[in-house]
Design a protein around this ligand. Sequence first.
Ligand SMILES: Nc1ncnc2c1ncn2[C@@H]1O[C@H](COP(=O)(O)OP(=O)(O)O)[C@@H](O)[C@H]1O
Ligand SMILES: [Mg+2]
Length: 361
Amino acid sequence: MASLELKGIRKSFGSTPVLDDVSLTLESREFIAFLGPSGSGKSTLLRIIAGLESADAGEVWLEGRRIDQLPPGDRGVAMVFQHYALYPHMSVRQNMAFGLRNARVPSEEIDRRIADAAAVLEIEPLLERKPAQLSGGQRQRVAIGRALVKEPKLFLLDEPLSNLDAALRLRTRVELAQLKQRVDAAVIMVTHDQAEAMTLADRIVVMNDRRIQQVGPPMEIYRRPANTFVAQFVGSPAMTLAPASLVEGDGEFAVLELGDGTLVETRVPRSVLPVGGALRLGIRPEAVRVGTSGTKAKVDLVERLGERTLVYARLADGQPITAEDSGNSSLKIGDEVTLEFDGAAAHLFDAEGNGYHRAGS
Ligand SMILES: Nc1ncnc2c1ncn2[C@@H]1O[C@H](COP(=O)(O)OP(=O)(O)O)[C@@H](O)[C@H]1O
Ligand SMILES: [Mg+2]
C-alpha cells in the first residue's frame, strides 16, 4: 500500500499562491527529501500534511485513510521542526513523555516507548538530563526522539540539520541514515541542502516556483534533470548552460556548435529533440577537463579544493564555463587554457527549459 498520497494540493497566502496542484505518492518506508530553494513552499507542504496548515484544495491520504480533515494529533504523523523547542525545565525523559501523557498513553507503555527510542537514538545516558546540559546534536536527537515515541506512520523533518555546525551536520546525517534502517515508517525530510538530499533520500522531490519540478532517485535527478532549474540546482558547482546550435547531419546523436565554434558530439539521440527552436548545451564541471587539445578559454577564477581544482573560465565568445583540473593544478587567473569536453556526458535543453539526455542511465 502507498504510504502517503497527496492529490492536487493548492495553497495561497492572501493573494500569493505558494503551492499549485502538488500531487505525490510515497511508498511505505520510503525516505523522501523535499529539496528546493528558500520560499519554494517546502515547509508549507509539510505543515499541510501534519495538519498545522489547511490546504485550499486537494486531499491528503495516509495508508488508505483520508487525513486532511483530521486534527493533527489523530493523523499518525509526527513532525520535527526546524526550530525545535524542548521544554527547558523538563528532563529528556519528561520531554519525550509529554505528548504521550497528554494522549493518555498508559505509563508502562510510555516507559517502553522511551526505552526503545532512546536505544535507537543512543541517548539512554541522557534521559535524566535537562536540555541545557546537552550539546546541540544531542538536543536534536531528543527532538527526534520526541517524534519517535509517537510511533507514527510518517515522520516529517523540517531542515533537521540546519541548526548544527558543519562537523555535527555530517555526523548527524550519518545518524539519520542509520535511523532510517531502524524505523518502520516513511520519512519526509525538508532541506535546501542538496548533499543532504542526495545522501539520505530514496527519492528526491525537487520543488521550485510553487510546483514539483521532478521526482526521482538521487542519481536520476543528477543524471537526467527534467529541466534547467533542476539541472542547475542539483550539482555543485552548477552545470554550465551554453547556447548552442544543432549541426545538420544524419548521425544518430546530436552534434552541437557553441558560440565560439566548438563542436560537441553528444550522445543525445537527434530523434528525441524538438524540431527548430533554440537549444542550450548543459555540461557539468567534471565533463570539462583542462587538457592539451581542444577549446581555448581564459581563466577568470581558480578554486583549489584539494583533490581537484575548479576552473571558472570564459570561451572566446565570452561564454562562461566551469571546468575541472587536477588537485595540483598550477593555473592562475588570466591564464589561457585548453578545455576538453566529454560530449558523452552532455545534456540538451530546449527553449522551454526541458531536458534531453543520452539514452539509458
Ligand atoms: N503564514 C504565512 N503567511 C504568509 N505567507 C507565508 C506564510 N508561511 C509561508 N509563507 C510564504 O509562503 C512561501 C513558501 O514558504 P515556505 O513554505 O516556508 O517555504 P520553504 O520552506 O520552502 O522555504 C514563502 O514565500 C513564504 O513567505
Ligand atoms: Mg522552510
